[in-house]
Ligand binder design. Structure first.
Ligand code: TEU
Ligand code: CA
Length: 555
């Protein structure tokens, strides 16, 4: 059954780093409004903005102290209303970020809970007695250390899977859940098209709050162990959808890392909890549970296998949201292409692979102009709480400062949070003030202004990809066409078909820094897109140049 969002292309904005309209060094809502035409030009329909609610910004706004107000750093509620209006005027849709696994320790609910750990608001959180003078159990936070923080002058602790300033909300409490539903519907009434839903798999805990075997010398265990044991998240997500999103035909995309085997259809199937969820295959490749210091490199063939498996597993169930990066990850082109080979052809090739997959393409701000990782020279340049934790962990595991900063440069979330590079003026045209985070030094060669009019730029290639995706002739096959892996017998070739009865296209990417000759498996009808000037083809032999990607119509 067709849904309004099936043929849309989405874009993630990290407001703090997108565009600063008032010179305070921080991106804001008026900055976003001023750039809507830029996004319209690119071909964007849906815009997800990371949190702009009131927040102490311990975790960059993912610690919300008031769900009903815009943080003054980003602007006012009038600005938010105007963004909704201006987007609507352009046939664009706004998603906000729904962070409801936890709130900020500055939220009034939590303040009231601390005032009276036996009172009504205490049950909006998980407050438990310590075991002797130790926390209730040995789970490790996503940001390092225990998930339990002691409440002063008591032997009680409160639970926080993320930072201690992000107390987990108690989803076992129907009163709390209904407070959240009220808030969600209040925003949907305002005209939001839906939400990106933050860390939502964490809302169901293993309520025994018992230890799991320690997996490191800190005596703690990965939170994944708890999530494996927790049963019943589906009941909560079903109720959430029934009480809110479903009533508005909202588009929702879940950030889900640990759904259980065989449960995908419950999440994004026909009557799923969400419309879609992100495909994190690229992001989790080589990731170690121990921490970034232990992450492994991956090969192109492994990347291909991960993407293809996910496509085949998802195709008959629903639509995932395809990404190569987001605000929690290093830049996609830096993560997936060797530094010394990371040129415009490689960046265009990666974009073509992602956008031609089956699913909803999500482009992260700056991906469309080929922004890359930053070169942080010291941990002092880093803002991100998670990166600082991972840096300390690497040092604790015996890495030198030099090795630890190398890890930070490879995996830090701040790589994706350096200011958007608009032009080659000071601070890349992001702000007239002092930017809150370093601007990538390569802004003079990588910026939007130098690419918009250049038909050979990464930006223009992304525009072509989106135009093809929306073209009358090919949109059906690109949106709904079956996914079929091709040419897996070759190394470093990422090739697949998208096909309907009456329309077939094939994408072939030579994902390496040297040419490769391949035998075309199907008779081709025409060349729809190519990141090189021309394609060398005679009969069924194709000579692909380094990082060349072609999109062909086939019979
Ligand atoms: O991320 C959830 C999540 O699992 C990631 O934080 C991941 O563990 C982390 O990036 C590893 O460094 C969401 C948001 O996307 C993230 O920005 C927030 O920090 C987190 O939730 C808490 O709200
Ligand atoms: Ca500002």
């Amino acid at each position: 059954m067709k849904k309004w969002w099936h043929d849309k292309v989405a874009y993630q904005i990290y407001p703090k780093s997108f565009y600063d309209s008032n010179g305070d060094g921080i991106g804001d809502l008026r900055g976003i409004i001023s750039k809507l035409d830029y996004l319209k030009e690119l071909g964007i329909d849906i815009i997800w903005i990371s949190p702009v609610y009131c927040s102490p910004m311990v975790d960059q706004g993912y610690d919300i102290s008031d769900y009903y107000n815009i943080d003054p750093r980003f602007g006012t509620m009038d600005d938010m209303e105007e963004l909704l209006k201006e987007a609507k005027a352009r046939n664009m849709y706004i998603l906000m970020d729904l962070v409801i696994n936890h709130c900020s320790d500055q939220h009034e609910w939590f303040k009231k809970a601390l005032e009276d750990p036996e009172g009504e608001y205490a049950d909006y959180f998980y407050i438990r007695e310590g075991k002797g003078n130790k926390p209730p159990c040995n789970w490790r936070s996503y940001f390092g250390g225990s998930v339990w923080e002691k409440i002063p002058n008591t032997n009680k602790y409160y639970l926080h899977l993320f930072a201690k300033e992000q107390p987990d909300l108690n989803w076992e409490n129907p009163k709390l859940r209904h407070k959240l539903y009220e808030m969600i519907n209040w925003w949907l009434e305002k005209g939001l098209a839906g939400f990106r839903i933050d860390a939502i798999i964490n809302v169901k805990k293993d309520l025994r709050f018992e230890d799991f075997p320690a997996d490191m010398e800190d005596g703690l265990c990965s939170i994944d162990k708890m999530l494996e044991a927790a049963e019943g998240v589906g009941d909560m997500l079903y109720e959430l959808n029934e009480e809110t999103f479903k009533k508005y035909d909202a588009f929702t995309v879940g950030e889900v890392f640990n759904e259980k085997e065989g449960e995908l259809h419950k999440f994004i199937g026909k009557d799923g909890y969400f419309s879609s969820m992100f495909d994190f295959e690229i992001e989790t490749l080589g990731k170690s549970e121990k921490g970034w210091y232990d992450n492994k490199e991956f090969t192109t063939n492994e990347l291909r296998k991960a993407i293809f498996n996910s496509q085949l597993k998802t195709m008959d169930i629903g639509f995932k949201a395809n990404i190569i990066e987001n605000h929690d990850e290093p830049r996609g082109v830096s993560h997936c292409i060797k530094d010394e080979e990371c040129n415009d052809n490689a960046k265009k090739m990666l974009g073509a692979i992602s956008i031609m997959l089956r699913g909803i393409p999500f482009i992260y701000q700056g991906q469309e102009i080929g922004m890359t990782n930053n070169k942080f020279s010291s941990i002092e340049e880093i803002d991100d709480i998670s990166t600082i934790d991972q840096y300390k962990l690497a040092i604790k595991q015996g890495l030198s400062e030099k090795e630890a900063i190398k890890i930070v440069n490879k995996y830090s979330r701040d790589n994706a949070r350096t200011p958007f590079q608009w032009d080659n003026s000071d601070n890349a045209g992001f702000t007239t003030g002092r930017p809150w985070l370093v601007v990538n030094k390569n802004y003079e060669s990588i910026n939007a202004a130098s690419q918009i009019e250049d038909k050979d730029s990464v930006f223009s290639f992304y525009k072509e990809l989106i135009k093809l995706r929306k073209s009358e002739e090919f949109k059906e096959v690109i949106v709904y066409g079956k996914f079929r892996p091709m040419l897996e017998e070759y190394d470093n070739i990422v090739a697949f078909c998208r096909e309907l009865e009456d329309k077939k296209i094939m994408i072939i990417a030579n994902y390496q820094n040297e040419e490769q000759i391949i035998k075309l498996p199907e008779k081709f009808k025409g060349i729809l897109l190519n990141n090189y000037e021309s394609l060398e083809i005679e009969k069924d032999k194709v000579r692909l140049q380094e990082y060349e990607v072609v999109i062909l119509e086939i019979y």
